[in-house]
Write a protein that binds this ligand. Structure first.
Ligand code: SF4
Length: 281
């Protein structure tokens, strides 16, 4: 049976989710930062992680953003094929939610309307929207405001198939090493392997949404996640890029079938402010 959803409901949810994501980090990220503070070997590194913990506490208590860079709003919609939207255009509804969230939540407006003319749109719109049709009569919304310190350090590598697993690992190591302090470490590393040029990039972004500590259910990919995390934490970049044993909190890898002639790999780096909120309406 078809279920009707008013687009105004989508707008209101997205408004609240933009504010929530910017004021409170998800429990898995908080836990990962606390664990890192206990395990970090460098004194200065522990001090930086302690300051990040304090910053999170203040943001939550005082209802202010965790970071001044409140991100570009990335919105994932998994739309049940038995849903019928009423009351207006869905994309407009999403953007209206972002507009209200960033205005009412006093979040920094970080979006320019034309990438070269660069005039601020003054309401943080448009969002980047990824929609997928799934079974059911619900809509699963994920709002992930993305900071650009770390987005700027993300990379796509079009590897040759013969480069295989070692080539993928080298690509991840290169991206994080080159990012150094610019990605505001400790980082979460989202990796997409396979698909096409754009598919691997979207998979890498989706990988950032997976809770820290939850691994791929493909055994050899899980092993690769663990191995890469260990190796990244030997790079010495450390919290805030000031040295230490906590450069990354997690490496999350998603995969997809690809063409016989290619091996696309995307590395989407997210800073310690890895924000995402999920709701089902
Ligand atoms: S990359 Fe992350 S921590 Fe760094 S300024 Fe942007 S949002 Fe803040």
């Amino acid at each position: 049976m078809i279920r009707e959803i008013q687009t105004e409901d989508i707008t209101e949810n997205i408004k609240e989710m933009c504010i929530e994501a910017n004021y409170h980090l998800s429990p898995d990220m908080e836990m990962a930062l606390n664990k890192a503070e206990n395990e970090e070997k460098s004194g200065l590194g522990r001090q930086i992680l302690g300051q990040l913990r304090e910053n999170l506490q203040i943001a939550g208590d005082d209802m202010i953003p965790i970071c001044q860079d409140t991100g570009m709003a990335v919105v994932f919609l998994e739309i049940g094929q038995d849903v019928h939207f009423t009351g207006g255009n869905l994309e407009d509804a999403v953007n209206e939610g972002v507009r209200r969230g960033y205005q009412e939540g006093f979040l920094r407006k970080s979006v320019v309307g034309d990438p070269l003319i660069r005039e601020n749109t003054k309401d943080n719109t448009p969002a980047v929207i990824h929609a997928r049709i799934v079974d059911g009569d619900r809509v699963r919304i994920t709002v992930a405001p993305k900071g650009f310190g770390s987005e700027n350090m993300s990379r796509v590598f079009m590897l040759k198939p013969a480069e295989g697993e070692e080539g993928v690992k080298a690509a991840v190591m290169t991206a994080v090493k080159d990012a150094g302090p610019n990605a505001c470490p400790p980082v979460v590393v989202g990796v997409g392997i396979g698909g096409t040029f754009e598919k691997c990039a979207i998979m890498a972004k989706e990988a950032l949404l997976r809770p820290v500590g939850v691994h791929s259910d493909i055994p050899y990919i899980k092993e690769m996640e663990e191995e890469l995390l260990e190796k990244l934490n030997c790079l010495g970049i450390g919290p805030g890029g000031l040295g230490g044993t906590t450069t990354a909190l997690a490496v999350n890898i998603n995969t997809y079938p690809t063409h016989i002639a290619g091996l696309p790999v995307a590395v989407n780096i997210c800073c310690h402010v890895n924000r995402h909120v999920v709701r089902v309406v």
